[in-house]
Write a protein that binds this ligand. Structure first.
Ligand SMILES: Nc1nc2c(ncn2[C@@H]2O[C@H](COP(=O)(O)O[C@H]3[C@@H](O)[C@H](n4cnc5c(=O)[nH]c(N)nc54)O[C@@H]3COP(=O)(O)O)[C@@H](O)[C@H]2O)c(=O)[nH]1
Length: 834
């Protein structure tokens, strides 16, 4: 049931219509028409007035007339009018729609002038569908009329006509003695009427042998039999040859016709639904276009804008009125060359699609990036009819991308490259250096005492210091060199132009000096120094990781050297650092393993020559390395955060010892060393007092020695602790006076008991007038301020004599006694007493 529609060559009405058209005028008589029909063997006559169709008269119309014996009735009453007509140039599909829509079985085919030129029946249309397949699938039995009307052979033609009319049938079976002997059809009726044989008996017509077909036959074969005999009706027989029914040619066609009509109706309904759907879709699409967050532009085939949506206006600044009829090139930024656009149009022509990033210009002149997708839309003939472009503004996305990129490769605070970018660049620099046999340097920079800056001034100031340091370092760099911040107070450099060492030393000195200049932050003038460790490719290492490690080692050397300096990596020093790391881990275990011990060195009164006080000095007996000097392990313990535990041990052990000696009757004042880091804790005074209390000791038996660095790094905490300790009767001494960050101001502002002059001022006392002058001044000043003075590191009698003349109060040094274990000390003490 499928005639594949060919849009380009549709089947036209004129191709299948019956063109042997017989017409008559409205004033023709029924009698003339019946003769005409009988002569021409046709089923209908078109009534024309002035050559234009006004009605149709069919066989059945005329038979009805004669059945009712109204044969004189005018044709205009008889004919079906008005006629449904169709142009001969109309497609069969269209005609088919009309037949169904108007519910008629015939259409008069007309010329352009309106003149009738043929008849198109439903049967013609059905036949044009290629119905063979459907006919094959059905048998005669399925559609036959198995209870056909019969008429006795003795009846007259007139009564047969009346029966035909009454039953609205097109044929009757004629019987005689209950046996079928012939068929009486509408065609027979017309012939007999034309011959005026209404009064004749039907049996006269039964002389011809009856043509039958078997009921099992397919309709396809049945149709052939019909064609062969040129009959309109045939009787049906069963397998025993008995007549069981009647079938007409039109029954065959109508059987598939109903399917065809049903199919067609379905198609029409489907089309209606599709139309409804597409209208709905169109409305939806319209809403989507209007509401879309993406800009949409629709252009005609000449690329002139037909429509834009509100997002287009929002992004570009152009209203719809401003751009309609214009070429989208009004948005062109000028950033893309001719080739870019040529390729875009080529893609659109060949693949129907293009998408990519493009820079366009807004109405206000600003240029922005957008993600653009263009699709070319083709019509039914395959020609491009429109272009649809959709784009989104990438400005914000680009900004985020840039930010993400920046975050990924740059340090947020200083905007300098971060570790990742540094490593990338270092790999590149190494690749280049290897290829061209160049030397490069990697420097590791650490801001000295940065933690203290943070603690003293707050993190906001600390951040500003880091920013400024980063800026200053960057300012000193040559093009092609890199400074990065890895985090915290660490900066790293890649120096590519380092073929001579004096040059790099000069640069590093300049760097130290630049950073060293006062930094003004919120009205505060800060002085910051840095320590720099440097390693070289290829001498120190040949890969990025090792170079950084070497530079890291070297920076520790710079720190050990006193900070505010640079050091080049050396493998021996590296060894030292390694062993320092090892020592660090041993130090952790030393406390638990009881490897620490206190030695005691007496302080002797110069006037009386007697000693009733000493200094507790820590000793570490390492299981493998033997005695390790506090000069080595105290700074390490400070760096590793172990100094508080060690300090607590010292205080506890000193107090325990004082108590033990006291029990033996010896009241000896013991001075413990407390480092700046211990003061930073904030509760050192309370800890000391608690320990004293645990041993039930009077406060005057304990002294505390602190260095000048305490005033520098934690002045507030130090001042508070000193006041607390002194208020409870614990004496406080300033140790190593004259070294480090000497400032007389703290002597003025801090309440102290004793001042210990550093050994360095006393070593050359006999030879150096300057030293003598300094020491004299220190002693005099201290006495004026009410401070007791202790001279430490005294090894020679001459030093003692001079100091006696200077009225120094106490001496401490190898001349009098070396630091010794508690037992030895108490022996010495008893002995000197004796
Ligand atoms: N925070 C703590 N620091 C401590 C502790 N114990 C010691 N220290 C500090 O370690 C530094 C080195 O101390 P040490 O090796 O014990 O040296 C002391 C003396 O042995 C040495 N000294 C004494 N007399 C002489 C001498 O005539 N000549 C000479 N060459 N050296 C001598 O001086 C050191 C004592 O100095 P000081 O403390 O400045 O009075 C040292 O800075 C210790 O302070 C501790 O428990 N905690």
């Amino acid at each position: 049931m499928s005639r594949t529609p060919d849009r380009n060559n549709p089947l036209l009405v004129r191709h299948i219509a019956q063109t042997n058209l017989i017409t008559c005028t409205p004033d023709a008589t029924a009698e003339s028409l019946i003769r005409l029909m009988a002569d021409q063997q046709i089923g209908c006559i078109v009534v024309c007035d002035n050559r234009l169709p006004v009605g149709i008269v069919t066989r059945r119309d005329l038979i009805s007339l004669w059945a009712d014996q109204h044969e004189n009735a005018p044709i205009t009453e008889l004919m079906s009018a008005p006629v449904s007509s169709v142009s001969e140039w109309e497609s069969v599909d269209e005609a088919e729609h009309r037949l169904i829509a108007e519910g008629v079985r015939h259409l008069v085919v007309t010329k352009a002038s309106g003149e009738a030129c043929g008849i198109l029946s439903e049967t013609d249309v059905v036949n044009s569908h290629g119905i063979e397949h459907d006919l094959f699938l059905r048998s005669v039995e399925e559609i036959a009329d198995h209870a056909p009307l019969t008429v006795d052979g003795n009846s007259t033609v007139l009564s047969a006509l009346q029966k035909l009319k009454a039953s609205d049938s097109s044929a009757l079976l004629i019987t005689q003695h209950n046996e079928v002997c012939g068929i009486f059809t509408e065609r027979d009726a017309v012939t007999l009427i034309s011959q005026n044989m209404q009064d004749h008996n039907l049996s006269d017509l039964c002389n011809n042998p009856l043509v039958t077909i078997e009921q099992n036959l397919s309709l396809y074969k049945a149709r052939k039999v019909f064609h062969q005999h040129q009959f309109q009706h045939l009787a049906i027989t069963n397998h025993e040859g008995k007549i069981t029914g009647l079938i007409s040619y039109s029954d065959i066609l109508q059987s598939v016709e109903s399917d065809c009509v049903y199919h067609l109706r379905e198609l029409l309904n489907e089309q209606d639904r599709a139309l409804e759907q597409s209208q709905h879709s169109l409305k939806l699409a319209d809403k989507v276009i209007e509401a879309s967050m993406e800009a949409i532009v629709i252009c005609d085939k000449n690329s002139l804008i037909l429509r834009v949506n509100p997002s287009f206006t929002e992004i570009t600044g152009y209203t719809s009125e401003e751009v309609l009829g214009k070429n989208p090139s009004i948005l062109s930024s000028g950033r893309h060359n001719e080739r870019f656009y040529t390729e875009m149009w080529l893609n659109l022509a060949e693949q129907g699609f293009w998408q990519g990033e493009i820079w366009n210009r807004r109405r206000d002149g600003s240029v922005y990036p957008e993600w653009l997708s263009i699709t070319s839309i083709r019509d039914d003939s395959g020609n491009i009819s429109q272009y649809a472009a959709i784009f989104t503004d990438l400005t914000e996305i680009k900004k985020s991308e840039a930010r993400i990129k920046r975050l990924a490769y740059f340090d947020e605070l200083t905007r300098l490259p971060n570790r990742k970018l540094f490593n990338d660049r270092l790999q590149l620099s190494l690749g280049y250096a290897k290829e061209h046999q160049h030397r490069i340097a990697v420097a590791y920079i650490d801001v000295d005492f940065f933690q203290q800056i943070n603690d003293l001034y707050g993190h906001e100031t600390g951040d500003k210091v880091l920013k400024e340091v980063g800026r200053r370092i960057e300012h000193e760099l040559d093009n092609g060199d890199t400074v990065a911040r890895f985090g915290g107070d660490e900066f790293n450099l890649i120096l590519t132009d380092v073929d001579n060492t004096p040059h790099i030393s000069e640069f590093l000195n300049r760097l130290l000096n630049t950073v060293n200049q006062p930094i003004l932050i919120d009205d505060k003038e800060l002085k910051v120094t840095i320590s720099i460790g440097v390693s070289f490719y290829p001498t120190d290492a040949d890969n990025a990781e090792s170079l950084l490690k070497c530079a890291d080692s070297a920076v520790h050397l710079a720190k050990d050297f006193g900070r505010n300096s640079f050091r080049f990596f050396s493998s021996e020093q590296h060894q030292q650092i390694q062993s320092r790391y090892q020592m660090g881990s041993d130090l952790q275990a030393a406390l638990d393993n009881g490897e620490f011990q206190l030695y005691y060195q007496p302080k002797v009164c110069l006037q009386t020559g007697r000693s009733d006080s000493c200094e507790a000095l820590l000793r570490w007996l390492h299981p493998q390395l033997g005695f390790i000097s506090p000069v080595e392990f105290i700074p390490l313990a400070e760096d590793l955060g172990l100094i508080n535990r060690i300090g607590d041990f010292v205080i506890a052990e000193a107090c325990r010892q004082i108590a033990a000696w006291r029990k033996q009757g010896a009241e000896i004042n013991v001075a413990v060393n407390v480092s700046a880091k211990q003061f930073q804790q904030g509760d050192i005074a309370e800890r000391i007092l608690a320990t004293l209390q645990q041993q039930s000791l009077p406060a005057h038996l304990l002294s505390v020695e602190l260095t000048e660095s305490c005033f520098l790094y934690c002045p507030e905490e130090t001042k508070r602790a000193i006041n607390t300790l002194r208020s409870q009767g614990i004496q406080v001494a300033i140790d190593d006076f004259g070294t480090g960050y000497s400032s007389l101001s703290y002597i003025r502002t801090m309440e102290l008991d004793t001042l210990k002059i550093d050994r360095s001022f006393l070593v050359n006392l006999g030879d150096s007038e300057v030293d003598r002058a300094i020491v004299t001044s220190i002693i005099e000043m201290s006495h004026i301020l009410g401070l007791k003075v202790v001279a430490e590191g005294i090894e020679h009698q001459s030093q003692m004599n001079i100091l006696k003349q200077m009225s120094c109060d106490q001496l401490q040094g190898f001349l009098l006694a070396r630091p010794m274990p508690a037992d030895a000390f108490i022996n010495w003490h008893q002995h000197q007493k004796a």
